[in-house]
Design a protein around this ligand. Sequence first.
Ligand code: SF4
Length: 401
Amino acid sequence: MASQDLVASATSLPPAWTKLALLSHGVHIDRSFAAWFAGHPGSVRRRNFYNSPVWGHEGDVPQEIKLKTEGPPVTVAVNVYGDDTWTLRCDEQGPQVVNTRLGLTCGVSLISDLECLQTSAALGQIANLYGGSALSFFSPRACYFFTDGTQCRFCSLAGTAADTSFANRLSPGQVREAVSAVLGAEPERINQIMIVGGNERNLDAGFLRHVDLAKAAAKSVAAAGMTTRVSVHLVTMPPNDLNAIEELEGVPGVHTGFNLEVWDGSLFDQIAPGKAADYGQATILAALEKLVDVVGVYRAHSILIAGLEPAHSTVAGAAALAEMGVSPIVNIFHSDVHSEIGLAVRPTYEELVEVASGLSDLHAAYPIQPYWKGCGRNALDFEAGHGMFAGEPPALGASAE
Ligand code: SF4
């Protein structure tokens, strides 16, 4: 098929389902794209703030791409697993993802980095642009579960932190100044502030430190007069003292997540052994109940990772959370370098279709709020919330070949 025909067929390629296929297989980066990307230094490069599913590719990689669509944005992580089912390439039509076996092409656009992050080394050390519209902070860049050998089996934090040189612990003052600087310099770009990090052994102290960072971010957002457009989002471990959750009342409108990772109880013990031993799945659920009381229904969140348990179990967990007034966050498993699981597990497109369809039904039935406002590169919630997984899925998996 000629390249012209491939691009023409892209117009009927539904972007949300294509996102599932891309997150299942990852993408191969063709030399034509690598050369084109090298000439676009203003596009966001992967900075390895979090993790690095890039197996077998040398050179710069975009953090994420946007699939071209006339509807809401569809943002997808660029994960490289050595599978060439989908290829990121560039020709006279511009950058595209291509599945040559199915004869499908979808045009993509790249995300421009924040100029202030590119020009200020100090800012670039502490903040990152996530998915094109979230200003993100990661602190601390360590988690005591790694010291104990009980880290979540999908997590790559220790190896990633050792490989890169970003700030290891942020103070509220640093977050406050960074948020003010970015909102002042590029006020139209950001629609959410995201705070996440590893855990301290004293869970109460670690939680309160995270809340202080969220309070600092909220102060700067308020000072910039952007409270209605820019929301503050925090993902953390819950404290042992559940009354400490009330400290979040000091962060107006905050979205907060305590992550379950998987719903199935016995898999929870295997996938998140530190959380299981030191806290327990039932206690996380109790903390989520308290969180709903404090931050309000559907502004409490919890991540379930699709691909680490059977699809029906992810959907059952998302349904139970929705019933509690918790907005589930469904992230597709990415096989990080440095994680224990590595490439041993990859969810199929068909499994992800089952999860996405189930999540779509839940969004139709409950007023769930996506955690990421269009920038969740590995998450399905924004697309599910916009009805993009309603109806019959296209055959993009192995059975279509
Ligand atoms: S709690 Fe688990 S996922 Fe989070 S930083 Fe620690 S090991 Fe990683």
